[in-house]
Design a protein around this ligand. Structure first.
Ligand code: SF4
Length: 221
């Protein structure tokens, strides 16, 4: 029987997800954790199998393929891609995997895929890019939306990040995206009550059926 390349590709996705879950240690937060409900982080530690079960969701698989394609374009324009970055904040370690970082470290690009995006940039994406900027010292952050409904590139501004922080009730006294700001943000996030950051978050949460703090607003985007 000939080799099945799709199966090999999907198997690699599962193995990568397993490694990611196995590597997670207490006090270690990925940027994706920091832009989400803090209780989701706790649920992911209790029930990693639930996250693993979502690995082969069609949208995630297609999103991975779209990322690979645009990252390869950016690599041809001199960007470093899938850059792993780690920053120590007190006893915590913040880890991020940045889609694309310019060689001079000044520009961060995040790629988003999916069905569509309303009013880009979405506040949780803005927050993600701002954290990457704080971790790397980059001064320009961009989000490239490669969705079925819209293909658009947006540069994030101070107003975008202030609006994102306002929506989640986080401290808004920022000057620059730097480690001082990140420290303050991580302290706020780790001390936050177990509730969703965003009004739509429980509607998309893989742990919703088990979570005592679930709030459902029927806000699926
Ligand atoms: S269901 Fe809501 S409150 Fe519970 S972990 Fe998920 S996002 Fe957080």
């Amino acid at each position: 029987m000939s080799e099945n390349y799709l199966e090999q590709y999907l198997r690699e996705l599962i193995d990568t997800a397993k490694e990611y879950l196995a590597e997670k240690k207490p006090g270690e937060f990925w940027v994706s954790d920091l832009i989400s409900c803090p209780h989701k982080y706790i649920m992911a530690q209790k029930y990693p199998e639930i996250l693993l079960g979502h690995t082969l969701d069609n949208n995630l698989v297609l999103g991975d393929i779209i990322h690979t394609g645009f990252e390869s374009f950016l690599a041809g324009r001199g960007f470093m891609i899938e850059v792993e970055k780690e920053v120590k904040i007190g006893n915590n370690t913040i880890k991020g995997r940045i889609d694309a970082l310019s060689e001079d470290g000044l520009r961060v690009i995040e790629i988003k895929s999916g069905k569509d995006v309303k009013n880009p940039p979405s506040p949780h994406h803005v927050l993600q890019v701002y954290i990457y900027m704080a971790m790397t010292g980059a001064v320009i952050g961009k989000i490239v939306y490669l969705t079925y409904g819209r293909l658009v590139e947006v540069e994030i501004t101070k107003d975008h990040i202030l609006e994102a922080l306002r929506q989640i009730g986080a401290p808004r006294n920022l000057s620059q995206p730097n480690t001082e700001w990140l420290k303050e943000y991580v302290e706020w996030w780790t001390n936050r009550a177990p509730k969703p950051l965003w009004p739509w978050e429980c509607d998309y949460c893989p742990f919703a059926s088990l979570c005592p703090y679930r709030k459902s607003n029927g806000n699926r985007r």
